[in-house]
Design a protein around this ligand. Structure first.
Ligand SMILES: [Zn+2]
Length: 188
C-alpha cells in the first residue's frame, strides 16, 4: 500500500469514528494563540500542549515548517493575526532537529554536484548561485543545546522586531525535548 493509500484508509476510519465535537464547520478556525513548530512528525504539537477543537478545548493555530523557523512563513503569521487576532506566539524548536545538521553552508556547495546531497537535481546551478534560505542552525563551534537556544532567540527576536507583527503580541520561545516530551521555556 502506498503512503497516500494508507493515509486515505486512515481518513475513512477517522470519518466513521470521529466525535461529534469535531464537527467544526461553524467554529473559529484559529485561537488567539499561534504556535510555530518544526514539521518533524516526532513533534506532536497537539498532544504536547493538549490542543483540542471544540467547546472548552485549548485551541491554537499551528504552523509547521522546517526547524520551526518563522522567516519563511511570515505570510501565515500575518494571516493568523488578521483572521484570529493573535495575541501570543510560541516558537518551538526541538532536540535532534534536522536543522542542526542540514545547514545552508553545507548544502549550498553540495548542490553543485548532482551525485551528492540526494541528487540528481533538475538544475543545481540556481540553488548554488542564489541565497536560497534553508534555515539550518547548527554551528560547528556550538553544542546542540547552544545552537537550539541561539536560533530560538534569533527567531523570537525576529518576530518581536518584525514591522507587521503587532507590538502587543507576546512572543516566547521553547525547546521541546523529544526525550521527555517537555516544552522547556528559554529566556529570549
Ligand atoms: Zn526539526
Amino acid at each position: 500500500m502506498s503512503n497516500s493509500a494508507a493515509l486515505l484508509a486512515n481518513n475513512a476510519h477517522y470519518v466513521a469514528t470521529r466525535p461529534a465535537s469535531h464537527n467544526v464547520v461553524s467554529q473559529t478556525i484559529l485561537g488567539e494563540c499561534l504556535i510555530i513548530a518544526c514539521m518533524d512528525p516526532r513533534v506532536n504539537v497537539e498532544q504536547m500542549f493538549g490542543l483540542e477543537i471544540g467547546p472548552g478545548g485549548v485551541q491554537a493555530g499551528v504552523i509547521r515548517c522546517a526547524g520551526g523557523r518563522p522567516q519563511t512563513i511570515m505570510r501565515s503569521v500575518l494571516f493568523a493575526q488578521l483572521l484570529a487576532g493573535v495575541k501570543e506566539i510560541l516558537v518551538v524548536h526541538h532536540t535532534h532537529c534536522g536543522g542542526l545538521f542540514i545547514t545552508d553552508e553545507k548544502v549550498r556547495p553540495a548542490f553543485n554536484h548532482t551525485e551528492s546531497c540526494g541528487g540528481p537535481w533538475k538544475d543545481a546551478a540556481p540553488f548554488a548561485a542564489t541565497q536560497f534560505y534553508l534555515g539550518g542552525f547548527g554551528k560547528p563551534n556550538e553544542t546542540d543545546e547552544e545552537s537550539l537556544k541561539r536560533s530560538l532567540r534569533e527567531d523570537v527576536q525576529s518576530l518581536r522586531d518584525h514591522p507587521l507583527v503587532k507590538s502587543s503580541v507576546v512572543v516566547s520561545g521553547y525547546i521541546h525535548e523529544l526525550e521527555t516530551g517537555r516544552a522547556r521555556k528559554v529566556e529570549c
